[in-house]
Ligand binder design. Structure first.
Ligand SMILES: CC(C)(COP(=O)(O)OP(=O)(O)OC[C@H]1O[C@@H](n2cnc3c(N)ncnc32)[C@H](O)[C@@H]1OP(=O)(O)O)[C@@H](O)C(=O)NCCC(=O)NCCS
Length: 393
């Protein structure tokens, strides 16, 4: 087998993961990319596998809400989702995934890091992560994000060059990243609004993990506050808004960076389906596009039967209120002391925008607990109306 040693990286192909002829191609989507000797003296073979993962699917972890789609490659048109897998004598002993947008390799997420218990402390995860980072860098990557609550993992990530960032999140900046925090979301040129797709996962994470704007509420729907990192949240939100349950609109600049995002999710009952929560985040340099972004999201929301949009803003975040007010949202209520901040409790303002009334998008029986059409028919057949709850008392 001809493979590169883990310490010496060759130029690789972003699409297939091959390392300039040194790779050992097993199948079109599975390649041996390196092998290295572990502290135990055993040889670790490192594979890079793009979905469909086929038999390897049983050896890796993934977010439950997207697992079935992600592991068979449904997201591949928008998102590269290779898994780096370590094997000793053909047995999988460790794995991790790297997610980068197809259209922009600059930001990525490292997820699902795991070493089998009886192979820990041999250097397996370190070897896999170093390969992952090397491929990310070669592809033009700037910043890799991950999170952990495990101090052992934290030490391993530190050893590989990650630093603590926000909440339980960490970040790795490549040599090309420069002053990433000052430059990545800085104004470059034109920006335009489009619908979100699965490839926005890393870009939206970079936007929400940035320290600016320093609002107390970053993304209310996924419970993301000032000091909370944002990561798999996007996958879960995308799933939640499918089937006309909401809208996600992206503001993208001319470098294909996500510089703004609006998320709308309708309330989950027949009686309140016309009402939706909305959250917005825009990089300060693109603040003047906020109105355009909000208007686009509001239009899309109206088209799916939402006529009232409401947003929660911390009373102290004056510029967040300005953004909403500029797009015709008005302060409708102030809820006292609803938010704990580092300076004590603050009030929560509810900003709303009321649109023209639209017919219900989903009929009543589509909702949990509501009467089904067959039940209505059956009751008619029986020839009498069922007593209402109030008559029953
Ligand atoms: C965290 C985890 C992935 C580490 O995998 P691993 O293959 O054992 O890691 P490595 O052997 O490459 O260890 C790298 C470094 O991590 C640290 N480390 C690993 N195991 C450690 C332990 N038991 N105690 C203290 N530090 C430890 C050390 O700094 C180590 O470097 P060193 O051996 O040179 O001192 C593994 O313990 C694991 O799968 N844990 C459960 C799942 C998990 O928490 N995953 C991370 C999710 S974010």
């Amino acid at each position: 087998m001809t493979v590169s040693k883990v310490a010496g990286y060759n130029i690789g192909c972003r699409h297939c993961g091959s390392l300039s002829g040194d790779e050992d191609i097993i199948t079109a989507n599975c390649k041996n990319i390196a092998e290295t000797e572990l502290k135990s003296g055993e040889t670790l073979v490192i594979k890079k596998i793009n979905p469909p993962l086929e038999s390897y699917a049983d050896n890796v972890t993934c977010w439950d809400v997207v697992r079935d789609d992600l592991l068979v490659g449904v997201f591949e048109p928008w998102l590269f989702t290779p898994y780096y897998i370590g094997e000793i004598q053909g047995d999988v002993v460790g794995s991790m995934a790297c997610f980068t947008p197809v259209e922009n390799p600059e930001v990525g997420l490292v997820e699902f890091v795991n070493t089998e218990e009886n192979h820990r402390r041999k250097g397996v995860s370190t070897a896999l992560l170093r390969q992952l980072i090397s491929h990310f860098e070669v592809d033009g990557g700037l910043a890799l994000y991950l999170c952990t609550t495990n101090p052992v993992a934290g030490r391993m990530y530190e050893n590989c060059g990650f630093s603590y960032l926000v909440g339980d999140g960490m970040r790795y900046l490549t040599r090309e990243a420069g002053d990433f925090d000052a430059g990545y979301l800085a104004k470059t040129g034109a920006a335009s609004v489009r619908q979100a797709h699965w490839g926005d996962l890393p870009g939206v994470s970079a936007l929400f993990c940035h320290r600016e704007p320093a609002w107390e509420i970053k993304e209310y729907l996924s419970h993301c506050f000032k000091d909370t990192r944002f990561e798999g949240h996007f996958m879960r939100l995308m799933r939640r808004i499918e089937e006309d349950r909401g809208v996600i609109q992206i503001l993208e600049n001319d470098c294909k960076r996500v510089v703004g995002c609006v998320i709308v999710e309708r309330l989950p009952t027949f009686h309140q389906q016309h009402v939706a929560h909305l959250s917005i985040r825009v990089a300060p340099d693109y603040g003047r596009h906020s109105c355009e972004l909000l208007d686009a999201a509001v239009d899309c929301a109206h088209q799916i039967g939402i006529s009232i949009l409401q947003s929660y803003v911390a009373e102290c975040d004056a510029d967040a209120k300005d953004v909403l007010a500029a797009a015709s949202f008005t302060e409708e209520a102030v809820l006292r002391g609803r938010l704990r901040t580092t300076d004590g409790f603050t009030d929560l303002a509810v900003y709303s925008r009321i649109l023209s009334e639209v017919p219900p998008q989903h009929s009543q029986h589509k909702y949990y607990g509501e009467r089904q059409p067959w039940q209505t028919e059956r009751i008619h057949e029986l020839g009498k109306a069922m007593p209402r709850y109030t008559e029953h008392k």
